[in-house]
Design a protein around this ligand. Structure first.
Ligand code: NAG
Ligand code: NAG
Ligand code: NAG
Ligand code: NAG
Length: 412
């Protein structure tokens, strides 16, 4: 619960502010805090526990600095097991009835809003399927976390759909036969301020006996912290028709004054967009996209680009200039590396990492993290749980059942 003192402080600080010039990681989890620079030479940052701290920027706490330099990808591969390591540490667990019934699904992403970790998942049901397991089905439920990266708090929840998150809008046209149901593929959450976040969903019609589906378009939701669960409130009709990028479904990231959206498409395989971290996020015409081949030219096309766009895209020095990412992944700033990191999985077999000095590239070539584990869908990083400045972080992979959790440790 946020105390009213905290709320009024945050209302004061988080609205009356200029651009944060520096990043701070006061709680040491390796992820920059949500901070604002105040006009009196102080900055205010929201810590992991939801408390707000204010300090003089001229003195005290330094911004996080890179402590290491990554070698090239070939050397990195040789260093596996010595200078860095990866290990499977178990499956993501849920609490209460849903754990007892074997809740699983396709993917669970984690995000931080205020003092809460939000887990937003995809196509979740219990062992035995939605007809016989007795815990129902949800195309996209969201839950609060616990203090452990390995445990989601589902205490008191008996039907998984009681925690539906981004759902179709009453005004969205209903599925037409042979399709009979909606699908809402949902992004992670990016904080706009201490109390509100944003998430994106791509809506489809599905449920046909032949497995066919129909793309409908992108939706945007406002996210708030309900007492029992995170709440997603749809804002407006679909932002787009069916042929655009799936906005933010690779991942989204709050950084500085912007929300960055990473979407599959364009010449390199990823299109990055950005929009002011404000009510602007709800307006398709407010989004800018990085021009393909450029490192810093943004254009505001007035609408969300087509997936086949050749105009927009990020750059990687990977061979052929292409990222090898499947549909989903994660993007976050890692304090230990002093770099932005993309984690994603190619062909459901190879989990890779790319690094960059900015949230929009240019990105490195790919660094292999995990090879041949078997089917991996995602990979969803959970950096908000790190306790050592990002030297160690976790990611999980579905699909279709339990989520395998991996721990990556750097020791350069
Ligand atoms: C937080 O952001 C939301 C936009 O999602 C906005 O409507 C609200 O007014 C903001 N609150 C504050 C305190 O700025
Ligand atoms: C789970 O959430 C409930 C409130 O819904 C709380 O009472 C309980 O302490 C939480 N459990 C954990 C392990 O965080
Ligand atoms: C690194 O080593 C681990 C075994 O310790 C292995 O599971 C993983 O796939 C290796 N990563 C790469 C990219 O080869
Ligand atoms: C991925 O792994 C599976 C076994 O886990 C294997 O059958 C398949 O050939 C692999 N795909 C690629 C592209 O390596």
């Amino acid at each position: 619960m946020l105390s009213s003192t905290f709320l009024s402080l945050s209302l004061f600080f988080l609205t009356s502010i200029a651009t944060p010039a520096k990043r701070y990681d006061l709680d040491g989890n390796g992820v920059p805090d949500l901070c604002t620079t105040n006009s009196d030479g102080t900055a205010s940052c929201l810590l992991s526990d939801g408390s707000l701290t204010t300090f003089k920027t001229s003195t005290t706490i330094p911004a996080p600095r890179a402590t290491v330099t990554l070698p090239d990808p070939a050397t990195f591969k040789k260093d596996n097991g010595t200078k860095w390591s990866i290990k499977y540490v178990g499956n993501l667990a849920f609490t209460g009835t849903l754990q007892a019934k074997g809740l699983g699904g396709d993917k669970c992403r984690s995000s931080k809003l205020g003092n809460k970790v939000i887990w937003s998942c995809g196509d979740m049901e219990c062992k035995g399927g939605f007809t016989s397991s007795g815990c129902g089905f949800s195309m996209g439920p969201a839950f609060y976390g616990t203090s452990s990266v390995l445990t989601v708090n589902t205490t008191g929840i008996s039907l998984v759909q009681s925690n539906d998150f981004a759902v179709p809008f009453s005004g969205d046209p209903k599925p037409v036969a042979p399709q009979s149901a909606f699908g809402m593929d949902t992004s992670n959450v990016a904080a706009i301020n201490a109390t509100h976040g944003v998430a994106y969903a791509f809506e489809i019609w599905r449920g046909a006996s032949d497995g066919s589906f129909v793309n409908r378009g992108n939706a945007v939701v406002s996210v708030t912290l309900g007492n029992e669960r995170p709440i997603a409130t749809r804002v407006g009709p679909l932002l787009t028709g069916p042929n655009t990028i799936q906005l933010g479904l690779l991942a989204i990231l709050r950084d500085g004054d912007f929300v960055y959206t990473y979407s599959i498409g364009g010449p390199s395989g990823i299109i990055v967009g950005r929009v002011a971290a404000s009510d602007q996020v709800f307006s398709a015409s407010a989004y800018s996209f990085l021009v393909a081949g450029s490192t810093s030219t943004w254009k505001t096309p007035g609408s969300i680009p087509a997936a086949s766009s050749t105009t927009f895209g990020m750059t990687t020095t990977n061979s052929g200039g292409k990222f090898s990412c499947g549909a989903y992944g994660s993007v976050f700033f890692n304090t230990y590396l002093g770099k932005y990191v993309i984690i994603c999985t190619a062909f459901e077999n190879f989990t890779n990492m790319y690094v960059s000095a900015t949230p929009f590239g240019p990105w490195s070539a790919e660094y292999g993290l995990l090879n041949g584990w078997g089917i991996g869908y995602g990979s969803m990083a959970h950096p908000e749980f790190s306790t050592d400045g990002g030297k160690t972080f976790h990611f999980s992979q579905g699909p279709d059942g339990p989520f395998n959790m991996f721990e990556v440790s750097f020791n350069f």
